[in-house]
Structures are given as C-alpha cells and as structure tokens.
Design a protein around this ligand. Structure first.
Ligand code: PMV
Length: 333
C-alpha cells in the first residue's frame, strides 16, 4: 500500500478539489512519549510495531501558514527564513505536499514557525506535520475528522499522529495493512498538576534521524525482540497510573520505558547513542534527587535533551536544582 492510496481512500473525490481559499494557518502542539514508538512494521506508511502513549505540550509546537503561489516550485520557510529546496527539511515537506496538489496541481508557500528547537529530539517533526495537515484541511475545506487527520499526519512522521490533540494521547498500533486503524485518540483524563520540564543540554540538530535509528535497532539489536513485551507491560500500567493519579508509578514506568529504548540502541550495530556526557550527568543527578526523596523522573527521545516529569507541588524544588529548565503544564491553559 502506498501513501497516495491512503490519501485517496480518505479524501475520495476531494483529492481533485482546488483550494477553497488562498491561504490557511494552523497550530499543533509537540508531544512527548511516555511509552515510546520505536520500530516500524511498514516504512512507507509509518506503521508501528507497537502502540504508544504521549502527552502534548499545549502551547509548544508549530504554527504553519500555507499559501497558494503562482510558481512552478514550492517555497519552504522556517522561523521566517527561506529553506534551500535541496535540504532534507524542504524535501520532506515537498514530498508530503505532492500527495495533496489537487487539480490543477497547486504550489505552496509553506511557512512554519516553531517555539521548540528543530530536530533536537523535541518532536518538532510531529507538531510540524500535524500543523501542516490541519492547514491543508482548512485550505481545501475537506472537513476531515481528527482521526482522519491523524492518519494523514502519520504519513509525514509517525509520532505526528499523536499531535492532533492536547493532553494524553494513545496511538493504537492497528492491524490493517493500509493503517486505517493505526491512529491517535485522546484519553479523557486531565491532570492539571502534571509538569514537564524541558532540560535543554544541546540543541544542535541530531546526527542520526529517528527513522534511521529505529531501522538499525530493529535490524541489528538482539534486544529488539524483547521490546513488544516491554511495551505490552508498560502501556497499561501508564494508563492505570494516569487514571489513578499515581505519579510515582507513571514516572517510574515512563523512565524505564525510555531507558529500555536507549539500551536497545546501544546494543545496535553500529551502536547508537543519543547520550552526551551532560545527559548522563543529568540522569545521575535525577537518580540522586529521587533517592533523597524528590519524586522526579525523566524521559528521553532521539536527542540528548531530557524531559523531566514531576508534579506542580515539587516545581520550585526541581527548578532550584536545574538552571535553564523550562517548566510546562500540559493541562493548564
Ligand atoms: O515520528 P518520529 O519518526 O520522529 O519518531 C519519534 C520517535 C521517538 O520520539 C523517540 C519516540 C516517540 O514515540 O515519540
């Protein structure tokens, strides 16, 4: 099954529509996985090996403005500056837009702005593709459901299918070959005291994309065969912990899930490490603080930065231990 087949199945006749407006703009939040997506069963459609669960960072993400232009090529800009067409950032967007040109084929100016560092393991591609499908939906007037938009966003970047909602979002692994049952859905729970601290240790663009890292892990790590069982154990516990507001259980399970993902990467060949010395130092500090009684946990994605997990009541203590910590409350507007 190809991406365009999925697009045709969702849009039907609308695939031939011309834009209803000359421009549209949309925002989508970035999301941080508490139970990680790591490994694809279908590389073309970004279908995962396992279900995953994330929390969206309400105000942090990407705003994308889409304008129809009279040109033979798309124009891509990021944070106000044009991006060279040859760069991977532009190519990924242009290839994605090729699925949605309408008749006669339309060219776009895509202008994205993010208030998170690009490709530093802060899920900027997730909010980017989610904002892009929301802007396309408005521009063409498709009026798709959030679930349908989630499937389309997944075609751009897997984790983008979780960025269509605020709050806790589960991405169901699904079983269908065309991935129509592999999409995000929002959990009803709201947890206002839940905090995420962005501990930025290095914001240079990552050397190895999560796509490549996942494939290499799946192909070469002897530990990868254990991963589906780890997720099957962790995911229900995280959901129960959310329902029961059991923060230590949530923190412990999320941290262990992330560390297992990184352990698999270390055992891949050639080995993959997103750890910097600063990352390890911060982890050790967190483990020490926890021993001293502070309920503080972390998660880490495909980059060296950590996302600290704690409750509002401990916010001052956590802040006093880490300079340059940006504290976010995903459930507080
Ligand atoms: O959607 P991608 O290809 O950017 O992969 C995301 C992978 C992780 O961020 C490490 C895990 C996750 O579930 O978000």
């Amino acid at each position: 099954v190809k991406k365009i087949d999925v697009v045709r199945a969702i849009l039907g006749e609308r695939v031939h529509w011309a834009p209803k407006k000359s421009g549209a703009q949309a925002f989508a939040p970035t999301n941080i996985a508490l139970c990680k997506y790591w490994g694809k069963r279908d590389q073309e459609l970004n279908l995962p090996i396992n279900s995953s669960l994330s929390v969206s960072l309400a105000g942090k993400g990407t705003v994308t403005a889409l304008n129809v232009i009279a040109d033979t090529q798309d124009l891509v800009s990021f944070n106000g500056k044009p991006v060279e067409p040859g760069l991977k950032f532009s190519r990924r967007i242009v290839e994605f837009l090729d699925l949605f040109r309408g008749l006669p084929a339309v060219r776009f100016h895509v202008d994205s702005s993010a208030n998170i560092p690009l490709a530093a393991g802060l899920a900027s591609s997730a909010s980017g593709f989610a904002a892009l499908v929301l802007a396309l939906d408005q521009l063409y007037g498709w009026q798709l459901s959030q679930s349908e938009l989630s499937i389309l966003a997944r075609l751009g970047s897997g984790s983008a299918c979780r960025s269509l909602w605020n709050g806790f979002v589960e991405w169901q692994v699904g079983t269908q070959a065309d991935g129509m049952d592999s999409r995000g859905s929002r959990l009803p729970e709201v947890w206002p005291e839940f905090c995420v601290g962005l501990l930025l240790l290095n914001t240079a663009e990552k050397a190895l994309s999560s796509r490549e890292a996942m494939e290499r892990t799946k192909a070469t790590s002897a530990l990868y065969s254990l991963w589906p069982a780890k997720v099957s154990a962790d995911l229900p516990v995280i959901k129960e912990a959310i329902v029961a507001r059991d923060f230590p259980l949530l923190g412990k399970t999320a941290e262990s899930n992330a560390l297992t993902m990184h352990a698999m990467m270390l055992s891949a060949w050639p080995p993959i490490s997103y750890f910097l010395p600063e990352t390890i130092a911060a982890m050790q500090k967190i483990w020490q603080l926890r021993q001293d009684g502070l309920p503080l946990y972390f998660t880490q994605d495909a980059g060296p930065n950590l996302k600290l997990l704690f409750l509002q009541k401990d916010s001052d203590s956590v802040r006093s231990c880490f300079t340059n910590l940006e504290v976010l409350q995903p459930f507080v507007a």
